[in-house]
Write a protein that binds this ligand. Structure first.
Ligand code: PLP
Length: 761
């Protein structure tokens, strides 16, 4: 597949929102163009509008089994949630007895709209109750014992009918028995947003006081929702004003939204065009998707039990892949899914799966696939086909063990950088001799590295750590067990049988790989066993000249910092000597590849570092003595913040990363520039599997982020070449462009917003 436009979008993110059903959109449009009256007006236009509203309310009541309860139209579920919480807490406040401690309960997997609103109103109304999360078990079911124990003291309890991330539903009857057996009067809100159209609701037959709903989760437009209020439940208007909705919710009603909802209710009641599939059919769709996932990714794990989940949601994780990687992959195949919590794209793990006690990796790798009842067999078939292509593309990248000859795969050549949090692993492959070395292997990457070696048919000749890492275990052992059984090596993995080479009357131990040498240079300081590994040209070395390609300097120099020297095995004086010696040996411009990259800067050199790291600069220019260095370094190391995430920081930052001003293009600007016969090189920096799935001809070079350092090495001779970087969303292209510009590339730009904003599918 090479043409972006050829792939239509498969939208599998219905739990975030749905498209508007064409018939519903038509109904909305008609109320905007012809039946646009204000339902509060008493003329004919107003009366017609009111009729649409009344009819929709009556259908809503039937769909919900609202009985004598009320249905109030809102802007969406978040407003419905406020309405319920405000009403309940205002009433509860009046009943509170002085000196008594109260609680408010909510399910630990609730949508954030619920706990955040509870916190807000608890504070604003000065109720000051203790807000407690009700735990869930590994299946996502609420802990009834906890409820039984806590609910007698509760002012309000909020639960959800169906979870938005997993589709897990609660047994509302069983829940009601526990709640009411222990507190007959507690106000009960049930978030029913994800239940509409997927679970039968007979609200008036329950003691649920408040139930919010949202139109845009079921094919109506955004901006319309409704909330059910049980007959007799206390009520306080959340919005006061002109007295609409019988004074319960002021503000002119959203008539287009109501007209669209009206159509949706017809479908739900079986009076429409029959576009909603039966539950049985939806279950078949889920089985088909699950099977396609299992066939494509045999190790896939589903993060919830299908037995207590609605059939329209699949939440899964693929071992060895982060959710970001799978999102990028699926997006390239034009399948829209979501990761973690869809409502907050920055969150990297799922609090819902955390609450269910799933392992951290599963929560970090979670992908949610969700569809609505209007999904078609054709869409499911296409999605399954594309899932298969996604796996093939990962095979092409050698990230998945796929069958097929090496010719089907993009051949690895040169340096690849792998990252896990702030730590880096480097793999250098020589395609001619089919050999590879791995530097600073992280244990989490062992499986991926082994897969790549096998798929690329590369023989591993060494797996070396630049020092004994304090912050993580080495992944060296797992690699050595499979590939280096016969090899004798020291504790860092440096082989005992090596070549010796001479340079400027100095002897170095060297490993030969293709036309390169790896030289071992002792650079103690960060730890006493720290070494630097210099990958250099064999031919020049034999002529007495060192031409380094890459300098794997461990934690001696980090980007924006120097490795910390406050470990028991550190020696600050030795670091001073190591820095001076190494800079002299490899020069200002050689690419330094540290074992950490906390700020997504990829690679650096002494020149770039000295320009922003005054301490390093002073060492290199001999402005400081060893003693002064030790003093300043000690002061710096005191600033190391070990509390950043779960990582032990290996360096104290001496300077903020100075962001360079980048040339940013939007899609029309970029198009115009290219049409003007620009000499600019356009570089697609997505991973090869994304590129393979979906790229347009105009993007002639694929330089994945993992190969950026290799590209920098190739392109170093011409830093004046104009480069324009492109990726899916504009974020990877931005960090890569920053890295290039920091290293002195003069004309670097990127496509702001990436492909996502340059194509409409
Ligand atoms: N509750 C649940 C379970 C949801 O999934 C959502 C939306 O993601 C909301 C509440 C908020 O709905 P709205 O977007 O209508 O405010």
């Amino acid at each position: 597949m090479s043409d972006q436009q050829a792939l239509s979008q498969i939208y599998l993110d219905a739990n975030a929102t749905t498209p508007v059903l064409p018939k519903a959109a038509k109904a909305a449009l008609s109320t905007m163009e012809t039946m646009f009256g204000n339902p509060s007006s008493s003329h004919i236009s107003g009366l017609q509008a009111k009729q649409v509203m009344d009819e929709t309310r009556s259908k809503a009541g039937e769909v919900l089994g609202a009985g004598n309860g009320q249905v109030i139209f809102t802007s969406g579920a978040t407003e419905g949630i406020q309405t319920g919480i405000l009403s309940a807490l205002c009433a509860a406040r009046k009943k509170m007895q002085p000196g008594k401690n109260y609680s408010i309960l909510y399910g630990a997997t609730e949508h954030k709209a619920v706990p955040e609103s509870l916190k807000h109103w608890n504070q604003v109304l000065e109720i000051n109750a203790t807000i407690k999360a009700i735990p869930v078990d590994e299946k996502g079911t609420l802990d009834y014992d906890f409820i039984a124990k806590e609910v007698p003291n509760a002012l309000m309890i909020c639960t959800m009918a169906v979870n938005n991330e997993t589709g897990v539903y609660q047994d509302l009857n069983a829940l009601e028995m526990v709640i009411r057996a222990n507190n007959a009067d507690v106000y009960w809100l049930v978030d029913c947003v994800q239940a509409l159209g997927k679970r039968g609701l007979e609200l008036a037959k329950t003691s649920i006081d408040y139930a919010p709903f949202s139109g845009h989760k079921l094919y109506a437009p955004k901006g319309i929702g409704f909330v059910y209020i049980r007959q007799g439940a206390p009520f306080t208007p959340f919005i006061a004003g002109g007295g609409q909705e019988g004074g319960l919710r002021s503000g002119t009603e959203n008539l287009p939204g109501l007209a669209a909802l009206n159509v949706i209710f017809d479908e739900l009641q079986g009076n429409g065009d029959g576009v909603f599939a039966s539950e049985g059919k939806l279950q078949l769709f889920r089985s088909q998707l699950a099977l396609a996932l299992k066939n494509a990714f045999p190790t896939v794990l589903f993060n919830h039990d299908f037995a207590n989940s609605v059939p329209t949601t699949l939440n899964f994780a693929i071992p060895g892949f982060s959710s970001k990687e799978i999102m990028d992959l699926f997006d390239a195949a034009n399948i829209r899914v979501s990761s973690g919590s869809a409502c907050s794209s920055k969150v990297t793990r799922s609090f819902v799966l955390d609450a269910m006690g799933l392992p951290a990796w599963q929560s970090e790798s979670a992908i949610r696939m969700s569809f609505g009842p209007a999904v078609t067999q054709q869409q499911i078939d296409q999605a399954c086909d594309r899932i298969h292509h996604c796996a093939q593309a990962l095979g092409h990248s050698c990230l998945l063990n796929a069958t097929g000859s090496i010719d089907d795969k993009s051949q690895l050549q040169g340096l690849v950088q792998f990252k896990m949090g702030g730590s880096c692993t480097w793999l250098y492959a020589d395609p001619l001799t089919k050999t590879a070395v791995i530097i600073d292997p992280l244990p989490e990457l062992s499986k991926r590295l082994l897969t790549i070696l096998q798929c690329q048919q590369l023989q591993l000749i060494a797996a070396i750590d630049t020092h004994g890492h304090a912050d993580h275990q080495s992944g060296r052992v797992a690699l050595a067990q499979q590939h280096l059984v016969q090899q004798h090596a020291d504790h860092l993995g440096w082989p005992t049988e090596v070549t010796r080479v001479e340079l400027n009357n100095q002897q170095f131990e060297a490993i030969s790989i293709g036309d390169k040498y790896l030289l071992r240079v002792a650079t103690p300081g960060h730890t006493d066993d720290s070494i630097t590994i210099v990958l250099c040209e064999k031919e020049q070395l034999q002529l007495g000249e060192l031409v380094p390609n890459y300098v794997f300097c461990g934690d001696l120099v980090l980007m924006g910092s120097l490795g910390r020297t406050n470990f028991s095995s550190s020696n600050t004086k030795q670091m001073y000597q190591s820095l001076k010696m190494l800079a002299q040996l490899v020069g200002q411009q050689s690419l330094l590849c540290p074992s950490h990259d906390y700020h997504n800067e990829f690679v650096t050199n002494f020149k770039a570092e000295a320009s922003r790291n005054s301490l390093l600069n002073d060492v290199l220019t001999s402005e400081v003595s060893v003693e002064q260095f030790v003093k300043r370094k000690q002061d710096l190391d005191k600033n190391i913040n070990d509390d950043i995430g779960e990582e032990i920081m290996c360096g104290a930052f001496t300077s903020a990363c100075n962001k360079k001003q980048l040339q940013e293009y939007n899609a029309p600007e970029l198009k115009a520039k290219l049409q003007a016969n620009s000499q600019a090189k356009l570089i697609d920096i997505r991973e090869p599997h994304e590129y393979a799935l979906n790229h347009s001809q105009e993007f002639d070079v694929n330089v994945p982020l993992t190969r950026l350092t290799d590209f920098i090495c190739q392109q170093q001779h011409d830093k004046s070449q104009e480069l324009i970087l492109v990726c899916r969303s504009g974020s990877r292209s931005q960090v890569a462009a920053q890295a290039l510009s920091r290293l002195g590339f003069e004309h670097v730009g990127h496509l702001k917003g990436g492909y996502a904003l340059s194509h409409t599918n």
